[in-house]
Design a protein around this ligand. Structure first.
Ligand code: ZN
Length: 318
């Protein structure tokens, strides 16, 4: 059936594979929305066109950020994978659709910056008449897309390239003013990629950092920041305080029971930052009672840590 070959959300032609072990689910690979698994019964909330569009925008943004595929579910199940794809709640994704004008603008500009790849002034083509082409702008109607692009051009953020009969904003380049604006946005929370890693920097933890924590953070689209502490002088220096203030969230590993890690996690919590708690299986029993209440990722190998942490970041940090 032709219907089966279209993306559920944006309606564009996609590869759809029936998952043999999950007889009621399909794997979609859409050029715009990326890779996702959807139960064939669907979700009531997604039957509304408005929500399909919102979901397509959020998935498109995740793809542009370089995030991997996901399995759509009723709720986020942090440690469960379906065919290697983490389960993520449909409601959580819908809630991520921008709400305020400033969010729309900032996230649109960031999407456009991602479309340029590593060539800041290359020509960008948006397939506006196709629904998928509108997704980076978070606007469903093509007339409104053109109106918005027209404003971006008037403000000097983009320059239309193919101006024949009237203005054609399907093809445009990004201006120096655009990149200055993007730099400013990146300094704010929306584009903040920095993740502070609080852990025991001991040789025995090297593989857990490199193949577990660092890999998970990077593959989820973030940038790990670690400041090695000398074991004999574990004081909390100004640089650490500044980095914790700047970061988007923390990964705190409690293996080895370092006092500094407890302090840093507590300090970040006090600032209202998200903290992901991790600990080696052998160290669980040693955890201080103050942090035992938190849902720790308990791991027994760097690979295990990587998989669980990557999943947790995708599920909880939007
Ligand atoms: Zn799609």
């Amino acid at each position: 059936m032709s219907e089966d070959r279209k993306c559920y959300f944006c309606g564009y032609d996609s590869k759809v594979t029936c998952l043999p072990e999950k007889s009621c689910s399909n794997l979609y690979e859409c050029e715009y929305c990326g890779t996702y698994i959807l139960d064939r019964q669907g979700f009531d909330i997604l039957k509304k066109d408005e929500n399909k569009f919102k979901m397509a925008c959020v998935l498109n943004e995740r793809r542009l950020k370089g995030f991997g595929g996901i399995a759509l579910d009723d709720e986020t199940k942090k440690e469960e994978f379906v065919y290697d794809y983490p389960r993520i709640s449909v409601n959580e994704l819908l809630d991520d659709f921008p709400q305020k004008a400033s969010d729309f603008l900032n996230r649109t500009l960031l999407n456009l910056s991602r479309l340029s790849g590593d060539r800041p002034f290359k020509l960008i083509k948006l397939d506006i008449p196709i629904k998928g082409g509108c997704l980076p702008l978070f606007i469903s109607n093509s007339k409104e897309c053109y109106a918005f692009l027209n404003q971006l051009a008037e403000q000097g953020f983009i320059r239309a390239f193919n101006v024949k009969a009237g203005l054609d904003f399907n093809v445009f380049s990004l201006t120096i003013k655009f990149w200055e604006m993007v730099e400013n946005i990146k300094k704010t929370e929306v584009g903040n990629k920095r993740v502070f890693v609080a852990m025991w920097f001991h040789e025995s933890m090297n593989d857990y950092y490199k193949d577990g924590i660092k890999k998970a953070i990077e593959e989820a689209g973030y940038e790990p920041v670690r400041i090695d502490l000398q074991e004999f002088n574990e004081k909390i220096c100004d640089e650490i305080i500044a980095e914790i203030k700047r970061c988007k969230f923390l990964v705190s590993d409690f293996s080895g029971q370092r006092g500094g890690v407890y302090f840093e996690a507590g300090f970040a919590k006090g600032l209202g930052k998200e903290v992901i708690f991790t600990v080696k299986k052998d160290d669980v029993k040693k955890l201080h009672f103050d942090t035992r209440q938190y849902n720790h990722i308990v791991y027994d190998s760097p690979e295990d840590l990587y998989k669980q942490l990557y999943n947790r970041i995708c599920a909880t940090i939007v």
